[in-house]
Design a protein around this ligand. Sequence first.
Ligand code: XMP
Length: 323
Amino acid sequence: TWTIGNIAEEQIERVREQIGDHRAICALSGGVDSAVAAAIVAKAIGDRLTCVYVDHGLMRKNESVAIEKAFRESTGAELKIVDAEKEFLDALAGVTDPEEKRKIIGREFIRCFERAEVEILGDSDEKVAFLVQGTLYPDVVESGGGSGTSNIKSHHNVGGLPEDLEFELVEPLRELFKDEVRAVGSQLGLPDEIVQRQPFPGPGLGIRIIGEVTKERLDILREADAIAREEMTRAGLDRDIWQMPVVLLADVRSVGVQGDGRTYGHPVVLRPVTSEDAMTADWARLPYEVMERISTRITNEVSEINRVTVDITSKPPGTIEWE
Ligand code: XMP
């Protein structure tokens, strides 16, 4: 019979066969998917796995520190942190096209891993031949890797990979949907803090700033997003919605009145959605009081933002992320 325990065991066995007695690096993004993929591979090959977390500077407020702690405590796997904010922001300078952003971010990720590989191996002759990624079935389908679908977005962990890739990919979640991944994660002993985490895209806030990505804009979005997340948690809505991207329309300005003067600030868009598997989604009917609190706090506490809007588009026709 088919059980979550079977899936975990089967994947662990498959990974063991694929990797043999080589070593692997796991690309930890901070999300459920890569954490569960890492846990599977750690069970399969033990300390021949090194996890690498690339801090690309596109994460939400305080997120990197929290991820590091939760992952270390729950898996005991070896974790190396690469601070690459400057490289990513330099590479993204002047770029506004969504697909170009995704490709650049995917490419920089791989560069960081290649550097990490060199550092991890030091002078030894051993090669890290395998790169573990938390690619899910819907990612495969939407990036055109499945059967018969067109390419909607280049997910940074599938279509955005450069051609000169030196790794062989290990993708133990390639046939699974999100709910199955969560169940496998719990089965393997990961805490709810990781397993029940809402999805967050690999390219991070880089695809939630419409326009050029800069440090200043990221800091503005981080503040607005932190307020929105805090209020959603306070209202007990985290389990009811799939995720709620907060999007900064960085090239749009509108006139407002804040405090005792005219402002000419930016709008943010709240994008709360409900979904089963992210392939389709519906816009979430948030309680008015929650939207009100988020709006009031963001416009009071983030001086660059003078308007808060809500996206009421389903998927399709809209995608969940704006880019
Ligand atoms: P879209 O915007 O395509 O998003 O409706 C579907 C789901 O996927 C997440 N997402 C990504 N996850 N790498 C990821 O790991 C990516 O490049 C990526 N792009 C979108 C998105 O947050 C949503 O949950």
